[in-house]
Design a protein around this ligand. Structure first.
Ligand code: URA
Length: 188
């Protein structure tokens, strides 16, 4: 399905394709530059995101924003979204049927933004995009090319908050993202 931005918004409004609609306060579609070169995909909204209807605005969002700044970019230059657009209760992982029900929206976002680089924040984001068994500790920082788009798994910011010793590796991943964007921009 090829959506325009308006159709995407219309289809998301009052979406009841899965049980996550039952407890949500707000749908969290995503936000950022509609022509971004860089897209971030997380797992699903948390409490603060559900309250405000915006992705990555809680503690892990603050960290993500700092990491984006660290590679010389503003958050508004990227596009930020999630696998599921409604908060799973108690922040549990989305169930496969919930993720599958929501994926057409993510596919539409990718088709509209057409990012060159997609950063996958954590295992859940990898599972439903790369469709490969990914272990973040093993595969973070690796590039996966799919139809001309570069995908990189890295740590979810909440994993970095739980275990700050992983921040060094995450920092190295972000440097690789900066290098990839520089490479893309110097070739065009
Ligand atoms: N965690 C996510 O995966 N996404 C958000 O939007 C916030 C926290």
């Amino acid at each position: 399905m090829r959506y325009s931005w308006a159709e995407l918004t219309e289809n998301l409004t009052d979406c009841q394709k899965c049980r996550l609609c039952e407890h949500r306060n707000h749908i969290v579609p995503g936000e950022g530059n509609p022509n971004a070169q860089l897209m971030f995909i997380g797992e699903g909204p948390g409490q603060e995101e559900d309250r405000l209807g915006r992705p990555f605005v809680g503690r892990s969002g603050e960290l993500l924003t700092r990491m984006i700044h660290a590679i010389g970019m503003e958050r508004s230059e990227a596009y930020i979204c999630n696998i599921v657009k409604c908060r799973p209760p108690q922040n549990r992982n989305p169930e496969p049927d919930e993720a599958e029900a929501c994926l057409p929206f993510l596919r539409a976002q990718v088709a509209l933004v057409r990012p060159r680089v997609i950063v996958l924040l954590g295992k859940v984001a990898c599972r439903y995009t790369l469709r490969e068994e990914i272990f973040i500790t093993r595969d973070h920082g690796r590039w996966f090319e799919r139809k001309g788009t570069w995908f990189m798994p890295t740590f979810h910011p909440s994993a970095l908050l739980r275990d700050p010793t992983k921040k060094r590796d995450a920092w190295d991943d972000f440097q690789k993202i900066r290098e990839k964007l520089n490479e893309i921009n110097s070739a065009t």
